[in-house]
Design a protein around this ligand. Structure first.
Ligand SMILES: Nc1ncnc2c1ncn2[C@@H]1O[C@H](COP(=O)(O)OP(=O)(O)OP(=O)(O)O)[C@@H](O)[C@H]1O
Ligand SMILES: Nc1nc2c(c(=O)[nH]1)N[C@H]1C(S)=C(S)[C@@H](COP(=O)(O)O)O[C@H]1N2
Length: 181
């Protein structure tokens, strides 16, 4: 089992990056993953404004230089003029993974009717899976609960490290393997 698992956590928010409010999104993602993953891992966190080039450059650095196998973003997925996280994600991914956005919107719609306003997406860059989450901190658990069961196998398929989860929190599904419960 690799101990060199690095996970990028990117808060995209003009106000959090300017210190107008404290970032709750990044710490919520880190806390969620700390509960869900039993494999040792290291967070690589960034808090940046809603700037398309800066978001794209940050994702590239986390994937290519920091060696993150998973990068989770929060914020900037809506329709407002400065919401460009999905565009920046599309700028850097080699393979879109549309099922992530589809499932997260579907599940989020059971929580909030404005879930359809999130254009959150996901995709693969090299050996990194990039997943967008909405900015509202409560969206983090709502969305990660839905997609997390498929993330370890996705990372297996892109030749990343083997992620193990705590089955009491998330049961990782790997086809052909009996789920650990
Ligand atoms: N990183 C965050 N930390 C704490 N609260 C947040 C964060 N991001 C968003 N929120 C909360 O969710 C609400 C809705 O998010 P909104 O879409 O306005 O923010 P954003 O576009 O992600 O960030 P910003 O407008 O600062 O660029 C915000 O008013 C704020 O209360
Ligand atoms: N699970 C979940 N999804 C959600 C929400 C939420 O509270 N929970 N908020 C919605 C709202 S109100 C907006 S505007 C969009 C985009 O949010 P963002 O621009 O902060 O990323 O996400 C939507 N998706």
């Amino acid at each position: 089992m690799s101990t060199d698992i690095r996970i990028g956590i990117v808060t995209v928010s003009d106000r959090a990056s300017a210190g107008i409010y404290a970032d709750e999104g990044g710490p919520a993602i880190e806390a969620y993953l700390a509960r869900a993953l039993t494999s040792p891992w290291t967070p690589v966190a960034r808090v940046i404004p809603d700037d398309r080039k800066l978001i794209a450059d940050t994702l590239k650095v986390l994937a290519d230089e920091e060696g993150c196998c998973l990068i989770v973003t929060t914020g900037g997925t809506g329709p407002a003029p400065r919401d460009v996280t999905p565009e920046a994600t599309e700028d850097v991914i080699e393979k879109p993974m549309p099922g992530f956005g589809e499932l997260m919107r579907q599940v989020s719609l059971t929580k909030v009717p404005t879930a359809i306003l999130s254009r959150q997406t996901a995709g693969i860059r090299g050996k990194a899976l990039i997943v967008n989450l909405p900015g509202r901190p409560r969206a983090i658990t709502e969305c990660l609960d839905a997609v997390m069961p498929a993330i370890p196998y996705c990372i297996d398929l892109i030749e990343g490290p083997y992620l193990e989860t705590d089955p009491a929190v998330i049961v990782a599904f790997r086809p052909g393997q009996k789920p650990k419960t």
